[in-house]
Ligand binder design. Structure first.
Ligand SMILES: *Cc1c(COP(=O)(O)O)cnc(C)c1O
Length: 392
């Protein structure tokens, strides 16, 4: 197919839900992507945070190839080896828990909302979420998302959600009523502009939840699987959630969502209360096992922490040089560069120079290179960014 025909097919046959950059990708390997013209890109925003291991990681490819030749799918009224292994693996690396498998971040949040409602036994159904949060696009997940631009056209959504200010414990306390059953938090808000929770705030939330029998839910869909330099972001805070959601990078580029529930709450869901046809299919589970294995075997958390130093240092240097950069913040390999101008021209210029980044909240450039990024690749990206700011 020729380029114009591809664009034309999209125009004619695909609902226009996405703002798109006009690039057609044909190949990916590690941090690199190639478009249909053979132009090479350095991907510092791989798959919206999906490809934490880079594109087409060999261990993931190998696992998928092996599994598709044996068994692709059987439904959840049977057992598979791969699902059994993965659930145990997650339990080992996270906290003592039981999991529910689904196919996306929004579905994992849906599962968390239903879990919380079930836990509230119809007596408690209020859930507190935070300003600038993002939890996905299904109606339930949108109800939990506080950013109006995503939800306004679809209102009325689910009842019972309240929005608290981020990092403001008193603000949360004011919203708690005898009907509050859960609090849902991103420890680092991704779509919200790379806003990092304060440690005291998170510890405070844990205390409130313990005192009032409220479920503390961490949405680690974007921060999980090593993104912040620890396998899960909550490890930075020394605070465990009662429920945790994972998705994006958990299966190395294949679709998977997971709701993880602390063991003591696990029998809240009874047989028949929730389900997902595709959730936890054998191929996806095998891919996710390869991701856990690769993170350990290739010491990717150590690398992420080392590379953070270079990335941070380089971004701070750019901040000194260019007054349009007003703030640099992040955790691990999840960084935001806040500007006092629109970020999209910078994103476009970077793209033309072969660097893929993202902009969120109009003014925050977001960089999330794969965990196996090298110093050389970071230097190259910083060089391109430097060029983008010249004359901005
Ligand atoms: C991306 C994201 C979601 C939604 O995930 P989907 O797979 O797109 O449904 C939910 N929560 C957070 C924190 C996210 O970054």
């Amino acid at each position: 197919m020729k380029k114009e025909e591809i664009f034309d097919n999209y125009n004619q046959y695909i609902l226009p839900t996405y703002k798109k950059q006009r690039i057609i990708f044909t190949k990916g390997k590690g941090i690199k992507l190639w478009d249909i013209d053979g132009k090479e890109y350095l991907d510092f925003f791989p798959g919206w945070g999906v490809n934490n291991l880079g594109h087409c990681h060999p261990k993931v490819m190998c696992a998928v190839r092996d599994q598709v030749s044996k068994l692709i799918f059987v439904p959840n009224n049977y057992f598979t080896i791969q699902q059994a292994k993965l659930a145990k693996e997650i339990n080992f690396w996270a906290f003592d828990s039981k999991v529910f498998f689904c196919n996306s971040g929004a579905e994992a949040i849906e599962a968390a909302i239903k879990f919380a409602r079930a836990y509230g036994k119809k007596e408690r159904n209020e859930i507190i979420t935070f300003l600038n949060s993002f939890h996905g696009r299904t109606c339930g997940a949108l109800s939990a998302t506080s950013q109006l631009k995503y939800k306004e056209p679809f209102e009325p959504l689910l009842d019972g959600f309240k929005t608290a200010p981020f990092n403001d414990l008193e603000g949360v306390e004011k919203l708690i009523t005898p009907k509050t059953v859960a609090i849902i938090l991103e420890l680092v808000q991704g779509e919200g502009g790379i806003n990092i929770a304060n440690k005291d705030f998170v510890i405070g939330l844990r205390k409130i939840c313990d005192q009032k029998d409220i479920l503390l839910v961490f949405d680690e869909v974007q921060t999980g699987m090593g993104r912040t330099g620890k396998l899960f972001a909550y490890e930075h805070f020394n605070v465990q959630p009662d429920l945790m959601t994972l998705a994006k990078s958990v299966a190395g580029g294949l679709p998977m969502g997971v709701l993880i529930a602390k063991r003591k709450f696990a029998d809240t869901f009874k047989p028949g209360m929730h389900a997902s046809t595709f959730g936890g299919g054998a191929v996806i589970c095998k891919a996710a096992l390869a991701v856990f294995y690769a993170i350990q075997k290739e010491k990717l958390l150590t690398n992420a922490c080392k590379m953070e130093e270079f990335l941070k240092e380089g971004l701070l240097k750019l901040k000194e040089k260019y007054p349009h950069i007003v703030n640099v913040r992040g955790m691990g390999l999840m960084y935001g560069v806040e500007l006092d101008i629109e970020g999209s021209p910078i994103v476009d210029k970077a793209q033309s120079l072969g660097l893929l980044i993202n902009c969120t909240q109009d003014k925050v450039l977001r960089l999330m290179p794969p965990l196996n990024v090298t110093k050389k690749q970071i230097d190259k990206a910083l060089n391109i960014l430097d060029k983008c700011f010249q004359g901005a």
